[in-house]
Design a protein around this ligand. Structure first.
Ligand code: ADP
Ligand code: ASP
Ligand code: MG
Length: 415
């Protein structure tokens, strides 16, 4: 008998029929004697619809109120799932984030979880109830509703698993695991039976939306046994999915590259002709960071005649805001010839711990992109990743070419 946290994503609870399907799966685990905490997302498309409503009324809705609106999606699904479970004769109780008390900071729309009070949940579990918790939401210390950023229900699930010291956290979604690339883009992609925590962290940070990056961070910090599974597979069958492991086991798939990630939510900003002097990077990026805008890839050119160009990428949603912050700091904090931007770019990354022991992988990546005429605009590397920024229109082509070049296709290998 284990304590399991199961998280079901938007597609998995996209209709009442699907919610009934989730209820059957939950009932199956409950009947096996497990103690269950179920975290659910809003119904598919619902969060987009809610955010869209707010934008119909304002080009930049007040973030506090936006969270009040966006958090309602999950309140609907927790109630519906509890109703479906009761209908099956099971004792189920639903809670919003603030009822559990998922305490977060007050960074509306991308709040961070600070603490979870597991008391209420544990009490219900002890009484034999199935506990259902709204994903994606929390409450700050002043009682304001907050949300955890898009895809945040994954993080709710893993954070709850950590707080409750659960035996396992299962992320149920519309694919049956983590693939070598998004199977919607690369039909030949194959499921990985296992992936190391480090690789998963890098894939998520490079844009693989199968897990929100903060959920992977939580899993790493608290060593949570985390598995990605399909909510559409037969609940009676032995679940396989993908296990996130913490050790590089000897019998793990020894691929050099584990997967390819992409992110189309990026935009590039270049500050041209700035003085090449100490402090210039801070003068440009400092005010952007102060405005709470995350800066991703940064490239500074070699200076010539005392001047240089400085480029960086930001989330596409924050592109206009970043441009206006730079417009305000130009001439105040730094001098520049011009500031230019491009929000039709994307980032494609290859990830694998095997990179540590292999050379020449960057050259292989650059060649395969060059062979199909794709121009690389920016490059960034880490020990286990190579990422490039390219024109967005080449995204699919680049991902497929790289998948082929690194021979990621083929039948599943033993784990
Ligand atoms: P949920 O609503 O269940 O949270 P998401 O849409 O957030 O589901 O995440 C699942 C989706 O992630 C898949 O449908 C798939 O298109 C996408 N995805 C991106 N990269 C990968 C990958 N490497 N492996 C599996 N799925 C991926
Ligand atoms: N419903 C939220 C979203 O669409 C959270 C989630 O699905 O994880 O981003
Ligand atoms: Mg998701």
């Amino acid at each position: 008998m284990a304590l399991i946290v199961q998280k079901y994503g938007g597609t998995s609870v996209g209709s009442t029929e699907r919610i009934r399907n989730v209820a059957r799966r939950v009932a199956h685990f409950h009947q096996q004697g497990h103690r269950l905490v179920v975290v659910v997302s809003a119904m598919a498309g619902e969060t987009n619809r809610l955010i869209g409503l707010a934008h119909e009324l304002s080009a930049s809705p007040n973030p506090r109120e936006l969270d009040v609106v966006a958090a309602t999606g999950e309140q609907v699904t927790i109630g519906l799932l509890a109703i479906a479970l009761s209908e099956m004769g099971l004792k189920a109780r639903s809670y919003t984030g603030s009822q559990v008390r998922v305490l977060t900071d007050n960074t509306y729309t991308k709040a961070r979880i600070l603490e979870i009070d597991g008391q209420r949940v544990r009490k219900d579990l002890d009484e034999g109830a199935i506990v259902i918790v709204a994903g994606f939401q929390g409450v700050d210390s002043d009682g304001n509703i907050t949300t955890l950023g898009r895809g945040g229900s994954d993080t709710s699930g893993v954070a709850l698993a950590a707080a409750l010291k659960a035996d396992e956290c299962q992320i149920y979604t519309d694919v049956d695991g983590v693939y070598t690339a998004d199977p919607r883009i690369v039909p030949q992609a194959r499921r990985l039976e296992k992936i190391t925590f480090e690789e998963m962290l890098e894939l998520a940070s490079q844009g693989s939306k199968v897990l929100q990056i903060r959920s992977v961070e939580f899993a790493g910090k608290y060593k949570i046994k985390l598995r990605v599974l399909s909510s559409f597979d037969d609940p009676e069958a032995t679940p396989e999915g993908t296990l996130i492991t913490f050790e590089e086991e000897e019998n793990m798939e020894q691929a050099i590259i584990s997967g390819i990630a992409f992110n189309r939510d990026e935009a590039k900003i270049s500050v041209m002709g700035v003085e090449d002097r100490p402090g210039i990077a801070y003068a440009i990026v400092g005010p952007v960071a102060d405005a709470n805008i995350d800066v991703d890839m940064i490239v500074q050119n070699i200076g010539a005649s005392g001047h240089t160009d400085f480029s960086f990428t930001v989330h596409r949603n924050e592109y206009q805001k970043a441009l206006s912050v730079l417009g305000q700091s130009k001439d105040k904090h730094f001098k520049a010839r011009e500031i230019i931007g491009d929000n039709q770019i994307c980032k494609v990354s290859v990830v694998g711990i095997g990179m540590r022991s292999h050379v020449g992988l960057a050259a292989k990546m650059f060649k395969s992109l060059a062979d199909v005429g794709i121009n690389i605009q920016m490059i960034s590397t880490s020990e286990i990743k190579i990422a490039v920024v390219i024109d967005e229109k080449y995204l699919e082509l680049a991902v497929r070419e790289l998948h082929k070049a690194f021979e990621l296709e083929g039948a599943p290998q033993p784990g």
